[in-house]
Design a protein around this ligand. Structure first.
Ligand code: ATP
Ligand code: MG
Length: 160
């Protein structure tokens, strides 16, 4: 299946959306990470920690969530100060879990990292046979954005 890339029109809207459908291969996982960093750069957003999270979730989709011939999908979605990363694969019979890290010390680290880096993350099931592993990260305020707590800002800080 061919790769499909899409982006919603910007038209001055603060909502940013990007998706890409990729083959469930190591190359597909690498591409997911590369395309995500390109997109985040073009939005002027920080790659840290999103790049790492995309890399881990995409690697999981193509190893543990892989069904040959069925693409996986990456979606990046910005709303306000939150970047939501979604990676959808087509194996709903296996679910992600946070381990302690493998005994070899070289596996079982991906979701430990995601858990540490994301504000929250989780798994949503469906539509069958799909599942989506998602993670949200907080974005630093963009230059020029109204500053919370500053004089004339949106709200006052805890000390007035
Ligand atoms: N998309 C997925 N579909 C099904 N199972 C998953 C998925 N992602 C993770 N898992 C399960 O959760 C476990 C933990 O995932 P995690 O990414 O932490 O470790 P790993 O992929 O085994 O090793 P590492 O990420 O360090 O290479 C996996 O071993 C796998 O059993
Ligand atoms: Mg992993």
């Amino acid at each position: 299946m061919g790769d499909v890339i899409g982006e919603t029109p910007q038209l001055g809207s603060p909502i940013r959306n990007f998706y890409v459908q990729l083959s469930p291969t190591p190359r597909g996982a690498r591409l997911a990470r590369l395309l995500a960093t390109g997109q985040l750069r073009s939005w002027g957003l920080s790659l840290d920690p999103a790049e790492l999270i995309v890399g881990e979730l995409a690697a999981n989709a193509v190893t543990h969530g892989r069904v040959p011939g069925r693409d996986f999908r990456l979606l990046l979605h910005v709303i306000g100060d939150t970047l939501r990363i979604e990676v959808t694969d087509t194996r709903s019979d296996r679910v992600p879990y946070v381990g302690q890290g493998g005994v070899d010390g070289e596996s079982g680290r991906g979701l430990v990292l995601v858990d540490a880096l994301a504000v929250r993350w989780g798994v949503s099931e469906g539509p069958a046979p799909r599942k989506t592993v998602w993670a949200e990260v907080r974005l630093p305020p963009e230059p020029g954005a109204p500053c919370r707590g500053a004089r004339g800002g949106l709200s006052q800080g805890p000390h007035g």
